[in-house]
Design a protein around this ligand. Structure first.
Ligand SMILES: Cc1cc2nc3c(=O)[nH]c(=O)nc-3n(C[C@H](O)[C@H](O)[C@H](O)COP(=O)(O)O)c2cc1C
Length: 150
């Protein structure tokens, strides 16, 4: 069964609400035949990445970059997964206080290096997530999972 791997760093209730919306979209009843695996960024391994067919990343913006936790994830998996995972679809969401530009750029840079294919627009949220933000995250999860359906 195709597998969607969600790798997220979720340190606060605002980040949690985005994560839950992504998960809800990815596991919606319309999505059939796709296994959704979620891993905290500090627990995700190269084996998780190699075993999956698509990726969904979630992080807060920290100091103008992705979180240290997601950076650690990429540090761990980059070379073990290079080549093998090129071309696989991915999407991501970023939550910040006021400016997520650097975090978005960082994720685009590392995923370009890996050769992953962006399969949905990034969802960028600042402050308390509103209905449109959680809906965008739901769509993000559903879009990635739908692309993995046979
Ligand atoms: C050390 C630190 C650095 C941060 N750097 C940024 C940043 O560069 N850009 C930004 O938009 N938010 C930044 N934030 C805010 C976090 O992204 C935000 O706290 C996180 O997404 C959780 O959201 P919440 O605090 O609204 O629950 C930073 C927070 C911390 C603790």
């Amino acid at each position: 069964m195709p597998t969607l791997l969600i790798v997220h760093h979720t340190p606060s209730p605002n980040c949690q609400s985005l994560f839950e919306a992504v998960l809800s979209g990815a596991t919606a009843p319309e999505i059939e035949g796709v296994e959704v695996v979620r891993r905290a960024a500090l627990a995700a391994t190269a084996s998780d990445v190699l075993a999956a067919d698509g990726y969904l990343l979630g992080t807060p913006a920290n100091l103008g970059y992705m979180s240290g936790a997601l950076k650690h994830f990429f540090d761990q998996v980059y070379y073990p997964c290079l080549d093998t995972t090129a071309g696989r679809p991915f999407g991501f969401y970023v939550h910040g206080g006021n400016d997520v530009t650097g975090a978005v750029r960082a994720i685009e840079s590392v995923t370009t290096g890996l050769g992953w294919r962006r399969a949905a627009e990034a969802v960028k949220v600042t402050g308390e997530p509103g209905k449109a933000d959680t809906e965008a995250c739901w769509e993000l999860g559903a879009t990635l999972a739908a692309q993995l359906m046979d």
